[in-house]
Design a protein around this ligand. Sequence first.
Ligand code: GDP
Length: 373
Amino acid sequence: DQDQEKSQEYLDELEFLAFTAGAQVLKRFVQRMEMPNSKTFIGSGKMEEVRVFVEENEIGTAVFDDELSPAQQKNIERILKCKIIDRTNLILDIFAQRAQTSYARTQVELAQYEYLLPRLAGMWTHLERQRGGIGMRGPGETEIETDRRIVRDRISLLKAKLAKIDKQMAVQRGNRGSLVRVALIGYTNVGKSTLMNVISKSDVFAENKLFATLDTTVRKVVIGNLPFLLSDTVGFIRKLPTQLVESFKSTLDEVREADLLLHVVDISHASFEDHIRSVNSILDEIDSADKPVLMVFNKIDAYKPEVIDEDDLVTVPTKAHYTLEDWKQTWMNTMEQDAIFISALNKENLEEFRKTVYKKVREIHVTRFPYNN
Ligand code: GDP
């Protein structure tokens, strides 16, 4: 059923994240609950199942799809006796591995400290319990407070550093003059970097992993004598840790200041409509929901609708059965023609894509320089 499909898909994504971080996934466990267990997140029966598997296969790490409370993390660690990572932790890890500029590194470090801060006390309680015994005085409140202060100081320092870089970047953006700004946006792994390469003939790092792009890349592009700026921003992802949303807000300035958004969608992904909704809600959060958008449906080469056998009189067609043509009609209507279907990889319909971008950029350009045209 639908819930089950959703949870499989979330786990697919989590597995892909784990793979991106360098892990190999051996088994998945799913449990359906009204509410997560406040102490151990999953129930005791399921936990025992996991524990046996971890022990028998000498598993090093267990990954949970939701953010665990510091206490839950500790409790589970004690039962499973392996490293416990939650979704936030995993994402922070990937960001940390991939941050290329000092700006991105500072942002990740800040997010990591913010994740750590509420977990400090838990770490101490854990140690204390391990030491146990009378006469073995565990670290008391003062030590926890000292540590918290160190982390808080570090957080303020990083924030100040970021504010300074932000200011420099704002100046740089200001210096770019009045060229039309186009931003590639979209869920992670939909093909933004690939498309950036296609348009600007540059070589932006593209690979089949999540978050290949951490830093914004801005390129000057010229189509038919019309120059404009094209930026490729960090991939949007479902349940992006709040610490990251905060620290990556300035990365999103590029989106906030864009004149035109190219919203890239991976139409071959079963839940691309969910992805569109996730991206739109982030746009809403950064007050950019009313910018002009061109929907770019990518990976048409990989799109495969479900087919119903002619003799099958029972199955009711759903969106999963839509042909590309059906999707085209749907989205051309919704977007009042501002939708295009391409394959960046197979270079299908790219000429049409260029022309459409050119037309949209030109419309904006003309309103900006009414006397030059
Ligand atoms: P980004 O995270 O949105 O920047 O996505 P990338 O540009 O890094 O692409 C993610 C993966 O999708 C890479 O493996 C690309 O080769 C692949 N990809 C990009 N465009 C297409 C396409 O049109 N068709 C197919 N089948 N794969 C594509």
